[in-house]
Write a protein that binds this ligand. Sequence first.
Ligand code: SF4
Ligand code: SF4
Length: 134
Amino acid sequence: MERSLAELESIVRSWVCHVCVERNAAGDCGLEQPSDCSLFQLFPHVAEAIQSVKSDDIQDYIEAIRRDVCTFCVDRAFDGSCQKRQQVRCALDAYMLLVVDAIEEATGKTLERRRLGSERNAGSQERPESAVIL
Ligand code: SF4
Ligand code: SF4
């Protein structure tokens, strides 16, 4: 199913912001600068990277995001590391399974959740409890 970038972003916002630990009591993004959210700042790259993968293995998505999204991110260090990721302050990394699931479902692909669940922690840092939805 074809979806515009704006549609995909709207769907991902409704899935992820709803559970994000940065969301405030009013239901808005609580970041000092909401536009600093890496997930949406880099959303065109995120959507492209996820849609380029045809796999039920979350590791393939993680690799695509590291390669096609993190490369463009100002928070990535020269050696490829990322303090924001290590400190679980990157919404893209913290909610990666949710982001992948939202985009794949919106475009008509249903991932094998059992497989994803078994690899939940592959490649990512410890996540906030609310990030675990599978
Ligand atoms: S940090 Fe990002 S994912 Fe979290 S509420 Fe703000 S815009 Fe949404
Ligand atoms: S993990 Fe780090 S480098 Fe990658 S998008 Fe998030 S903040 Fe940027």
